[in-house]
Structure formats: structure tokens, C-alpha cells
Design a protein around this ligand. Sequence first.
Ligand code: RP5
Length: 163
Amino acid sequence: MTALVGIIMGSTSDWETMRYAAETLQELGIPHEVEVVSAHRTPDKLFHYAETAATKGLEVIIAGAGGAAHLPGMTAAKTALPVLGVPVQSKTLNGLDSLLSIVQMPAGIPVGTLAIGKAGAINAALLAASIVGNKHESYRTALNGYRQKQTDSVLAGSDPRGS
Ligand code: RP5
């Protein structure tokens, strides 16, 4: 099935975080692809990826990177598809560097920025599901099911002392 969501990341070391985005999309049954594309180590590959993303059928791109995290911003500069940025938690600055370099895009080229780390990766996938769900009803239904399951699980365990 043609991938609707592209998950890219600056390094294989980002996979430990970005796998949560892939697993969430998998759970929702949304076709996706995963690839390491580095803004500074493989800039030509990044340009090619972003330039061809829409024509090959992608509807959203999730881009995760750490440190001087220019991957989401540069990707957004080369495609009109929505780009969701996931700041990877860096060792030196705990991801604050990643967050600020992704979220502080100057006006004109937006990147939808999520939280640092695992929560951001999961939420990027859920936001991607919302976006593709506008066009594909089955994915909207899958997202609603995911949310209902979450609600049911919280309600079932609402006594913090356990049962
Ligand atoms: C960024 O540099 C990557 O997104 C990664 O988070 C960070 C460190 O990369 P490695 O040195 O682990 O390959 O480009």
C-alpha cells in the first residue's frame, strides 16, 4: 500500500525515539515509510525526499532530529506538505536545543512542533492520523477507536491505589 505518512530522522540514533511514531501509525493501520535523512550529512537526499514526497503519495511528513535540528525546517522549506517536527532528547542539553531549533521557525515556513522525545513521537503520529483522517474516513475511525480505548483504560483504573 502506498505510504501516506513519511517518517524521517537525522540519524539511526533517533530511531529509539522515532520508533514510537512508527509503532503508533502501525497500531492505527496507517501506511507509512521510515528513512534516515540527514539535513547536514545527506543534504541532497533531503532535498530529493522533500521534493518528491507529494508526488509519490505522502500526505504528511514526520521529521525527528536532535541538537541543531534543522531537518524538519529544511524539509518544510522544500515541500508544501504538513511537516510535524519531533525534537529528539539530546544528551548534552536534554532536547531543549532540539525543541528550540524546531519550534522557532521564522514566519513563512511552519513546522508543527511536538513535545521532546517519546511523547512527541507518539503525538506526531496521532496528529498525522488526524490529518490523513480528514480525507480517509477509515483512519479517522481508527483514531477515534484509539482514543476511546485510552479513555476506557483510564476510567477502568481510576483508583490510583489499584483494585
Ligand atoms: C542529528 O544529530 C540527529 O538527528 C541526531 O539526533 C543527532 C546526533 O546524531 P548521531 O551523532 O547520533 O548520528 O543530526
